[in-house]
Design a protein around this ligand. Structure first.
Ligand code: 9MR
Length: 545
């Protein structure tokens, strides 16, 4: 029950809840209140997200610092220690002393690590600053390989490329890396994917938080292009350094959901807000929570005194380590306090799926993607089999295609798709595609034989009946007989089978009622053919599988 059925089901459930609540009202139903978490990391984890901070190796001996950092955060970014100048001070000589201090502290305290950053115009060591052309390009590749090899399998996400876009105009920033050729960013990502396939690969930048800014659009277009061409990219890092010159804008949620709709995760990677307005901090958190693919938030430092712009007092803890009002605001938002702007708009209806590569147990489906305008962003698709009153969920996909597995052999499937957004709103159902799985792989250990009998013949035609199909030593759950039609012959009718003709090859599959045969059991089908007058040849080469 595709079109009205699910809507009806939802309405039915809703009505049921109302009825049930009415019935049990006198009993006073007391569910335990959901305990609010008391640290940022734990509060974020309730929705599967992380809450992180930038850490400086030089402060790890300071217990006032590590106490807060360890208690509150479950993701760590090295503020400077994994950058190019720190990790490869001389060409080909890697130094991970400080990077490992940060990494080891994080891991020993049960935290994950974001890697920051592999290719950047800034904080390059002197030797790299003086390189150009193919030498610089090779040095970049070598650097990515060297650093990623050291941390292979250990990093949640790498900022593979940092800040490659110009502040205005929507184009690339001029830099020595950019002058090696416009493809330097995709080369960096391809290199990174090979170096550590387990790490999420991010593009990270500042002033791409406001959806209307040219720079945001420039990066968005690059990510869209990368996704369309298969350049490996998994995430976009929105630095989110907000101040009076580049303030928070309520379209931040649109930025997050728009990137997410391209099929990448979004991470807020370096959050700090001049003056630390509790409202603005809560807005940022709620914007991330509203989008399924916004996977976590990192503040750029622990206390105001740790900040790269401490004069702005932009962080959640003051210089003495006290929680600021912004801290409470963030914690409450993470604990699900309020969502001032919930998304109740479902995504648009997906296109009709097209099936290909149908086998006895699987099929590939692809469909025209949905769009989502409600703010939470497209999260993925549910793929259903239509079966009268009891439609079943066959699978879920984050993209507009899926490879179905585990299907039953020799069975007709009617399948449709519904899109899902970050707030779990479901679109109306697409139209259905119908396909029938083949019988082959559905007969493990089983086999069959096919024996034709030529029945009646006349000048311009003949009937083959029965074609007897006999199961071998094991039961079978479907069968496929193939045979070759002589040139110029045309099938004009068939019974007890589903026939398809391709050139001279005929494929006869079991009908719905005669696919299952016990060991040694038999069934039969037949067909009629027209042929050029006087041609007495008949089909040949029957095989059964
Ligand atoms: O916070 C970092 C500061 O200690 C460094 O001196 C500075 C050097 O460029 O980098 C700061 O971190 C930057 C980050 O690596 C990339 N985005 C902007 C951050 C603030 O400048």
């Amino acid at each position: 029950m595709r079109t009205n059925g699910f809507g009806g089901f939802r309405r039915m459930v809703a009505a049921g809840v109302v009825g049930l609540a009415g019935a049990i009202a006198p009993l006073t139903l007391s569910l335990p209140a959901e305990a609010a978490e008391t640290t940022l990391g734990a509060a974020a984890a309730q929705s599967g997200r992380y809450f992180g901070t930038a850490i400086s190796a030089s402060k790890l001996g300071e217990s006032a610092y590590t106490t807060i950092a360890n208690r509150e955060f479950n993701m760590v970014t090295a503020e400077n220690e994994m950058k190019i100048d720190a990790t490869e001070p001389n060409r080909g000589q890697f130094n991970f002393t400080n990077a490992d201090r940060v990494y080891n502290w994080a891991v020993q305290n049960g935290k994950q690590v974001r890697g920051h950053t592999l290719a950047w115009h800034s904080q390059q060591p002197g030797w790299m600053q003086s390189l150009s052309g193919s030498t610089l390009r090779q040095a970049m590749i070598d650097h990515i390989n060297g650093v990623m090899a050291h941390y292979k399998g250990k990093i949640y996400a790498w900022d593979v490329v940092n800040e490659a876009y110009a502040d205005s105009g929507g184009g690339r920033r001029d830099s020595n890396l950019q002058r090696t050729g416009n493809d330097w960013i995709e080369v960096a990502f391809r290199t990174a994917r090979t170096a550590d396939p387990a790490a999420k690969l991010c593009y990270n930048d500042y002033n791409i938080d406001n959806w209307t800014w040219e720079k945001t659009q420039g990066v968005y277009n690059m990510v869209r292009d990368f996704k369309s061409r298969g350049v490996p990219i998994d995430c976009v890092g929105l630095q989110a350094h907000f101040n009076s010159g580049s303030p928070y804008n309520s379209n931040f949620r649109t930025t997050i959901s728009s990137f997410a709709a391209l099929g990448v995760d979004v991470q807020i990677t370096e959050l700090d807000i001049q003056g630390a307005s509790p409202t603005t901090y809560a807005n940022v958190v709620n914007d991330c929570l509203a989008v399924a693919r916004c996977t976590g938030i990192t503040t750029w430092g622990v206390r105001d005194s740790d900040s790269w712009r401490s004069g702005d007092t932009p962080l959640l803890f003051d210089g003495s380590g006290n929680k600021k009002p912004a801290y409470t605001s963030v914690l409450n938002a993470l604990n699900g306090g309020t969502n001032p702007n919930p998304d109740t708009t479902p995504p648009s209806t997906p296109g009709t799926p097209a099936a290909s590569g149908v086998t006895s147990s699987g099929a590939a489906l692809t469909w025209t993607a949905s769009t989502d305008s409600g703010g939470s962003g497209l999260a993925g698709y549910n793929v259903y089999r239509e079966q009268g009153a009891t439609d079943t969920l066959l699978g879920q996909s984050s993209t507009n295609s899926i490879t179905l597995t585990g299907l039953t052999a020799a069975t007709q499937y009617q399948v449709y798709v519904r899109a899902r957004d970050g707030a779990n709103n479901l679109s109306t159902a697409s139209s259905t595609v119908t396909f029938t799985t083949t019988s082959g792989g559905g007969n493990p250990g089983g086999s069959c034989t096919a024996a034709p009998t030529t029945q009646t013949q006349w000048q311009t035609g003949y009937v083959i009946e029965p074609v007897r199909v006999t199961a071998g030593a094991s039961a079978i759950s479907g069968w496929t007989v193939t045979f070759t039609l002589p040139a110029g012959h045309t099938i004009t009718g068939s019974w007890n089978t589903q026939l398809t003709v391709s050139g001279q090859t005929v494929t006869a599959r079991n009908a719905a009622h005669n696919g299952s045969l016990g060991a040694g059991a038999a069934t039969a089908f037949g067909f009629q053919v027209s042929r050029p007058g006087g041609d007495t040849s008949v089909p040949s080469g029957y095989t059964c599988a």
